[in-house]
Ligand binder design. Structure first.
Ligand SMILES: [Zn+2]
Length: 267
């Protein structure tokens, strides 16, 4: 053994280095989000109170349920004022009316009445074009002035859907002016997120590793009742849950988890 080590030590060490490298690579490539076991290490977000005025800005009809369906229910039961703004008309596949009606039904499952839903109806997929974006910012500014929110919830700038990113940009731009509210961002479209993808309601929703440096991620744990209502609300978006589009269906199902996840800008 001693002689073997002496004559082959370079090969052995090189072999160990290669093995460690391959192992590390495999480990990292399998870790798209923080592991499930890290859930208890994340801070919990302060629950809404009766003094809060919560404005949720959903780029499309379903984002409000996916990103904040549990939080909205808690806000309503706490006595907070809640309003949902839909930025676009969701008409990409000619489904404007269907999605509008689905939103009314789905959000009723969360406890929202129709007069708490505001439809801006910008063209689906066009929110990031300069003309539409500028108009969107103006309308949003007016809405914020009228509603006076203490909390604004919308999609993250890093979301890969351009409408979602535009919504995040608009809120960020408006939150740096004279208005004062806490902004909470959620993520829907991002490469290899959420994990696991699909129906796994017993799992936690955890942040993508690639965005853990830029934001403070806080969790909002749902009660069993809230999670059940959210699942019913997701299923109410029948056009999005269609069996003919299994990828979209799986994405929606991925947000039926034990918690929601919000990113705060690190100050
Ligand atoms: Zn969307």
């Amino acid at each position: 053994m001693y002689n073997y080590w002496r004559t082959n030590w370079k090969k052995i060490i090189l072999g160990l280095i290669v093995a460690a490298g391959v192992g590390l690579g495999l480990y990292l490539s399998g870790l798209d989000t923080l592991p499930q076991a890290s859930f208890s290490l994340l801070s919990s977000i302060n629950p809404p109170t009766s003094a809060d005025r919560v404005l949720v800005i959903a780029p499309h009809q379903d984002d409000e349920v996916l990103g904040a369906g549990d939080y909205i229910q808690r806000a309503i039961s706490a006595g907070a004022k809640v309003e949902v703004v839909f930025a676009t008309d969701g008409d990409k596949h000619g489904k404007k009316e269907i999605r509008h009606n689905e939103a009314v039904i789905a959000d009723a499952k969360l406890g929202l009445k129709e007069d708490q839903l505001i439809f801006f109806d910008f063209p689906d997929g066009e929110l990031s074009s300069q003309t539409e974006y500028d108009q969107f910012v103006i309308r949003l500014k007016d809405e914020i002035k009228a509603f006076q929110p203490t909390i604004v919830i919308t999609t993250l700038i890093e979301d890969e859907h351009p409408d979602h990113s535009a919504s995040g940009r608009a809120v960020k731009a408006l939150s740096t002016t004279e208005t004062q509210f806490t902004t909470l961002f959620f993520l829907i479209h991002s490469d290899r997120y959420p994990r696991p993808i699909g129906d796994a309601p017993e799992k936690y929703l955890l942040p993508p590793l690639k965005l853990t440096d830029e934001y403070d991620w806080e969790v909002f744990s749902a009660t069993e009742g809230e999670q059940t209502n959210k699942r019913v609300a997701i299923n109410s978006y029948r056009s999005q849950m269609s069996l003919s589009n299994p990828i979209l269906r799986q994405l929606l199902q991925s947000f039926d988890r034990r918690n929601e996840l919000f990113a705060k800008v690190i100050l």
